[in-house]
Structure formats: structure tokens, C-alpha cells
Design a protein around this ligand. Structure first.
Ligand code: DOR
Ligand code: ZN
Length: 338
């Protein structure tokens, strides 16, 4: 039997939602991860200290006794400045920027990337040491959106050299290439974008549970993502972008974007890394890199995974996970918190 023990696994891009959905999904992440970067795209989004603190409290309530740190984010607004951010900077792990209307609950996002418009907010974040996470897609043709956004990432990286910029859930070989051109560019990569291409989403019968933004791309893009994930490139981190929607919102005309992977992520990653003979790099991909990049000290938790198969449940509450009903070759054997 092969096994791996992960220390303080982290999910650096997670949607926990609110209310009933929060109570369903938060315990599933809190069980297997030491912490996660919590996305702010609620309705309305998290845009101030009061909203951020209240949401953090609701998350802690939902996870009960589990030892898990919700690393909180604020939804980017051009109006942010030093006076606004400074009083609660220590509670903000990152600010998340969405282009307006690009994905679920992003209507209040940014509608132009002129540097001067963004300068007050981004200079304040640089000064306070708050990283900027970006959903990098233009309004162009769906398969080109991320590629078209790369020059914007680069322009921002050059204009704000002291700002850490995280290219969220990258899906395109061009984004991977940009990583090494700027010292302050980083990236998260999801599980699903390491496993699927557009073929799995729409090549046969349409698979709504694999539909997400950014859409999965070409085989050569997936290869580029796999290469940097498997080698645990020091500037990439695991971020599941696990984005639960109730089944009726997915299996519908006007299918909501989002793949729910939180409860299967670690076994599926272990299987993937083992298949490629790279298990020794998984610790860096799911924890060490993120700790260094975000300068965080997550609560102690060890997760031992073994190559014993598990069957993925058909549903968690109202949410259908990726690989529902299928088998994963690895499973969690033990969780050690001391
Ligand atoms: O597929 C997605 N779902 N992509 C996003 O960027 C947002 C997310 C969500 O919140 O459902
Ligand atoms: Zn997301």
C-alpha cells in the first residue's frame, strides 16, 4: 500500500456561500483542510470590515469543532484606499478582483483596467501587504478570454511591483508562461482543470457538473497546468475553486458555472500525483507554497491518504460533486490534529 501524509493542507480558492449551503459545504472543507481562502462573491458581496467579520463568524459557526482557518477576502472596489483598508488590514488575507459580470455574483466588479483608476486601491494594498487575487478573463470569445487577459496581468505586475498578484484558477498555457516573467505573479490551479478539457464538458453529452468559469480548455493547456502543478512550481498553489450550486441550478437551461470538488480534492490529487510518480511534490502544491506566498501559519492538521479506493457520493445535500458515483483510487485514512 502506498501512502502520503499531508501537513496543513490548504485550499487557496474556495466558495463557501452562505446560509443553508454554507452549513452543508463548510464542514466538508474544514474536515480535510487546515484552512482555505474564502471567496467574497456573496449576494451582496463582502466589501467592508463588518461584512467580513460577520461572514467569518458564520463560517466558524458552520464548521463547529473542526480546527480550520477561514482566510478572508474582500471583494475589490475601486473606491478602496489606505484610510479604508488600514483599520482592518490584518483581517484581510487578500482582495479578490472580478471583471464586472464575468461569473457568478460578479456584477459589482471592475469594468475597466486603466491603471490610474485602480492606482489608489492597489497602492494601498501594496503598502499594507495585501495580495490581489484576480479572476482573469476578458469579455472576448469564451476560449480566448483568459489568454486575452494575460497582458492585463502583466501590466498590473509591472505597475505595482510590490503587490503580490495571484492569477486565479488558471486554465491556459499562456498564463502559465506569464508566471516566470514577473516576480510578483503567482497562480492557483484547480483540481478539475488538471483532470478535464473542454471535451469532457461538451464533447459528448453536455456535462453541467463540469461547467465552470473559466471553461476547461485544450489538451495542451491542461498539459501546461499539469507540468507546473506536478513539479510544484514555487509560484503555484492548489485552489479548488470548489463552487457549489444546488442540483436544480446545474441541471437546468442556464446552467450555473461551478464545479463542486472540496470533499474529493485531496484523494483525487493524491491519485493524480501518484499516477505521475510525483507524490513527493504534493505537499508543496497543497500547502508549503501557499504558506510561503501568503505568509500564513495554518492550524496543525495532518491528513494521511492511502491508495485504497473510495466511492464518491452521488450528492452532498443538494449538491452533486465532481465524479459523483465514480471511484477514486485513493482515500483519506486518517486525520491527525494535535
Ligand atoms: O465556475 C465558477 N463558479 N467560476 C467562478 O469564477 C465563480 C464560481 C461561483 O461562484 O459559482
Ligand atoms: Zn472562484
Amino acid at each position: 500500500m502506498t501512502e502520503v501524509t499531508l501537513h496543513e493542507p490548504l485550499d487557496m480558492h474556495l466558495h463557501l456561500r452562505d446560509g443553508e449551503m454554507l452549513r452543508t459545504v463548510a464542514p466538508l472543507s474544514a474536515r480535510y483542510f487546515s484552512g482555505a481562502l474564502i471567496m467574497p462573491n456573496l449576494v451582496p458581496p463582502v466589501t467592508d470590515a463588518e461584512g467580513l467579520r460577520a461572514y467569518r463568524r458564520r463560517i466558524l459557526e458552520a464548521i463547529g469543532e473542526e480546527r480550520f482557518e477561514p482566510y478572508m477576502t474582500l471583494f475589490f472596489k475601486e473606491e478602496y484606499d489606505l484610510d479604508f483598508l488600514k483599520p482592518f488590514a490584518s483581517e484581510i488575507t487578500a482582495v479578490k478582483l472580478y471583471p464586472a459580470g464575468i461569473t457568478t455574483n460578479s456584477e459589482g466588479g471592475v469594468s475597466g483596467f486603466e491603471i490610474e483608476r485602480l492606482r489608489p486601491a492597489l497602492e494601498a494594498m501594496s503598502e499594507l501587504g495585501i495580495p490581489l487575487c484576480i479572476h482573469g478573463e476578458t469579455g472576448g470569445f469564451v476560449l480566448d478570454r483568459e489568454r486575452e487577459f494575460v497582458p492585463i496581468y502583466e501590466e498590473l505586475a509591472v505597475a505595482f511591483p510590490d503587490l503580490k498578484i495571484v492569477m486565479e484558477h488558471i486554465t491556459d498555457a499562456e498564463s502559465v508562461a506569464a508566471l516566470d516573467r514577473h516576480p510578483n505573479l503567482y497562480a492557483t490551479i484547480t483540481l478539475h482543470h488538471l483532470l478535464i478539457t473542454l471535451d469532457e464538458v461538451a464533447g459528448g453529452m453536455l456535462q453541467p457538473h463540469l461547467f465552470c468559469k473559466p471553461i476547461a480548455k485544450r489538451p495542451e493547456d491542461r498539459e501546461a497546468l499539469l507540468k507546473v502543478a506536478l513539479e510544484a512550481h514555487p509560484k503555484v498553489m492548489f485552489g479548488s475553486d470548489s463552487a457549489p450550486h444546488p442540483r436544480h441550478a446545474k441541471e437546468a437551461p442556464g446552467c450555473a458555472a461551478g464545479v463542486f470538488t472540496a470533499p474529493i480534492a485531496l484523494p483525487a490529487l493524491a491519485e493524480l500525483f501518484a499516477r505521475h510518480g510525483k507524490l513527493e511534490n504534493l505537499q508543496h502544491f497543497v500547502s508549503t507554497n501557499a504558506r510561503r506566498i501568503y505568509e500564513i501559519e495554518p492550524p496543525a492538521k495532518k491528513v494521511r491518504l492511502v491508495d485504497r479506493p473510495m466511492k464518491v457520493p452521488e450528492k452532498y445535500g443538494e449538491v452533486v460533486p465532481m465524479m459523483a458515483g465514480e471511484q477514486i483510487g485513493w482515500s483519506v485514512a486518517e486525520i491527525i490534529q494535535e
